[in-house]
Design a protein around this ligand. Sequence first.
Ligand SMILES: NC(=O)c1ccc[n+]([C@@H]2O[C@H](COP(=O)([O-])OP(=O)(O)OC[C@H]3O[C@@H](n4cnc5c(N)ncnc54)[C@H](O)[C@@H]3O)[C@@H](O)[C@H]2O)c1
Length: 339
Amino acid sequence: MSFGKGIGQLGGYGKKMNIWRNKVVFITGANGFLGGHLVKRALSYKTKVIVLIKEDIRLSLFKVENLGSKCQIYKGDLSNSKLIDSIFKNNKIDVCFHMAAQTIVGIANNSPTGTLKTNIQGTWNMLEAVRNFGVKAMVVASSDKAYGEHKKLPYKEDAPLIALNPYDASKSCTDILSRTYANTYKLPIAVTRCANIYGPGDSNFSRIVPDTCRAIINGKNPVIRSDGTPLRDYVFVEDIVNAYFALAGSLLNKRIMFGEAFNFGVDKPISVIALVKKIINISGNLRLTPEIKGRGKIKGEIDKQYLSSVKAKRILGWSPKWRLEEGLKITYRWYKDHL
Ligand SMILES: NC(=O)c1ccc[n+]([C@@H]2O[C@H](COP(=O)([O-])OP(=O)(O)OC[C@H]3O[C@@H](n4cnc5c(N)ncnc54)[C@H](O)[C@@H]3O)[C@@H](O)[C@H]2O)c1
């Protein structure tokens, strides 16, 4: 599947030259939602792609499009520092995208230590390997959740990281540790804080977009866990892939300072209920209606959260290319074809 609105230029946002050709790119969490899209783009740029995979994920872009057949695969866990070190030691890695994480808020709440281990220790294992063996650019996935809850909207990069639940706190730590290593050891590391990403190949059905698509395809009313009013920003995965390559390209070309964090969103927040109604409309299944399960806000979840992406626009020249309706249409069609 090709989406047709990539950055268009081969490598480096706004550059015609393919700065990626023959680069060695290492991607953790490659068979996760975002990881699969990064692998696909990296392959299209003719890089050599090395991936770390923890376990098979059936409904992933990586699996469905058989991307693994074109990658060098290591199987294992982020907590295995010997494995991580050996990947860096045995391959001259130019660019690293560190995506792997335990990403589900409910799992983090029920069993915090596993999440903290993967997201914090896993990140420091990666950072130690980069410190010892070097890379030319490393982009680490933090999250908008790393900010915790603030009254002042939209969130800008200088807002303090005050997360107070296990998943959010684990991402704050990922973020702080990555910028700490960049600063202390002068390493070419940047951090992304993305809004809610949606698109084909997300097999996390506790997330609103995959869950809604699946319910509609099964002829059921989509269920909303809250009262439907929480505000979020939803950004299409292709825009985020553009962002990751723009960021890595800027580190490679030394056009940005090391240790910076960047927000990436569309800066157009929408309520959960409005989002679900949009997907129902796109599906054409108009007899279905959102089923509101929650009364009031969900405990432990942020009510209103959206980002300002002005810094990414100003420094990287990045801006989102996909309208929500366009991205949702592609996403819904993908689930229809693959579920
Ligand atoms: N999807 C979003 O809306 C969103 C928004 C902001 C930030 N992020 C961040 O982006 C990154 C990618 O998110 P995603 O949506 O692709 O997540 P995902 O859950 O789809 O993928 C996570 C990947 O990490 C791997 N993984 C988990 N634990 C591991 C371990 N112990 N060792 C090795 N691999 C392990 C999984 O197998 C999977 O491949 C994450 O770090 C996430 O926090 C995602």
